[in-house]
Design a binder for this molecule. Structure first.
Ligand code: MN
Length: 438
């Protein structure tokens, strides 16, 4: 018994709003699949978060199907479990559709039983699959949202039962944070421990942590290859600090791992810089950023540029800072993508709002609106419906409407349409869009 397989995780196909970043993410998946075929692995494991959402855009699905089909045509089976992103509690996920289409097999199968006695204690048993060509035994557990998969591990009680032949190679595929191996401050209530993983497997194929890491259970490796590219500002920030992105190719012999190789995927240069605004005026920080980005020695061309500003301004507002000019000038110098992160930037003024008083969220909102609406004096009679108490009520309703979250079954665009429609109704503005009136 001898062979090799690829362990891929957290592809998040379809992630990123920015088309360039989405393109980079998609081509990382393409490259990974090409390398699997080139290396003639016997099979591929994807340990969750194949897609960024349960019901992704069809263009992302078509793209992924095209690549997965190449694997099928090369006789390389793919085994997957749901990740926290592509799991859907209420509807059929794209993972189910692609499983039905025969593009991959879902190995996150299990059986739940409860004891006959009055305690009705739940037990979970894994249902492994055997890879036809190599005879490798593959079992797994899916993720659920917000770390709810912990319940499965509690029912599993760290046991694989008698379902695994210890003489043969076996893989446990999972998508969960193992507390001992994570460095992300994921709360302990949303993590499992190494001891919660079922004993006796030769290899543990992990997903969820967006950082490469390895642990051990006896002689077996517990491996997180991390994402192929990354899906957030902080993922890219980590990449800029020399964190490698890619996947693993594992060679096995009998019931042991013979070799574990990480394959690094190429990524564009990432330039990341954080500015601390504490105690500075908006003009000072504006100058500081301008000075930084206009340096001749700064290598911007073909780079992803990440600028982060955080802290509390001593005077002025974040809107005094000319973000648009930074972006334009960096793009003009050939930057691939410019991402500005100012979520951690506040002013003394916004700090003051934090102290405005006690009450429910709604009461505080209404208080702030009343205070600010006094300053709103419109000479336009048609805007009178936005002033005084009328305006406060309308603004509160608008706030509530904008806070609504996307429903599981909604696409991004139908969600956006619903919010715009609701908001324009509250404002009594007719809204037109390219496709005609809503
Ligand atoms: Mn992920």
């Amino acid at each position: 018994m001898k062979g090799s397989f690829a362990h891929i995780s957290d592809c998040h196909i379809g992630a990123w709003r920015d088309p360039k970043l989405r393109g980079l993410n998609d081509s990382a998946f393409e490259k990974a699949i090409d390398l699997c075929i080139e290396n003639q692995v016997d099979f591929v494991i994807i340990s969750g978060d194949i897609f960024d959402i349960g019901i992704p855009e069809m263009s992302s699905v078509r793209y992924a199907v095209r690549k997965l089909k190449q694997l099928v045509n090369s006789g390389i089976p793919v085994y997957v479990v749901y990740g926290s992103h592509d799991y859907s509690p209420t509807t059929v996920s794209v993972v189910d559709v692609l499983t039905e289409a025969g593009l991959f097999a879902n190995v996150g199968q299990f059986e739940e039983t409860s004891t006959e006695d009055q305690n009705h204690q739940k037990n979970l048993s894994l249902k492994p699959l055997i890879d036809e060509k190599t005879g490798v035994q593959i079992a797994g557990l899916p993720a659920r949202r917000g770390g709810l998969e912990r319940a499965y591990y509690a029912e599993l009680k760290g046991s694989a039962g008698n379902i695994i032949d210890p003489e043969k190679y076996s893989i446990f595929v999972f998508h969960a944070s193992v507390n001992e191996l994570q460095a992300f401050n994921i709360p302990i209530e949303q993590s499992v421990s190494l001891q919660d993983l079922p004993r006796g497997f030769s290899y543990y194929a992990g997903g969820h942590l967006h950082k490469r890491s390895i642990g051990k259970i006896g002689e077996a490796s517990v491996v997180y290859p991390g994402p192929l590219f990354g899906t957030s500002y902080s993922d890219l920030e980590l990449t800029s600090r020399a964190e490698k992105r890619g996947f693993a190719i594992v060679e096995f012999e009998d019931n042991k791992t013979a070799r574990l190789n990480f394959v690094d995927l190429p990524s564009p240069r990432i330039l990341s810089k954080t500015f601390n605004a504490d105690g500075k005026s908006s003009a000072q920080i504006d100058n500081q950023i301008k000075e930084f980005i206009s340096k001749d020695t700064l290598q911007v061309k073909d780079s992803i540029v990440l600028l982060k500003v955080r802290g509390t301004l001593s005077s002025g507002k974040p809107s005094d800072i000319d973000w648009y000019a930074y972006r334009t000038s960096l793009l003009e110098r050939g930057a691939l993508v410019v991402s500005l992160n100012r979520m951690g930037l506040s002013t003394k003024e916004s700090k003051r709002l934090e102290l405005i008083g006690k009450g429910t969220k709604e009461e505080i909102e209404s208080k702030i609106l009343t205070e600010h609406i006094a300053a709103f004096k419109s000479s336009l009679s048609e805007l009178s419906f936005l002033s005084a108490s009328n305006g406060v009520i309308r603004a509160s309703r608008l706030l509530t409407a904008l806070k609504t979250e996307k429903k599981e079954e909604e696409t991004k665009s139908s969600f956006e349409k619903r919010v715009v429609k609701e908001a324009s109704g509250i404002l009594e503005f007719p809204v037109e869009e390219p496709g005609g009136k809503i």
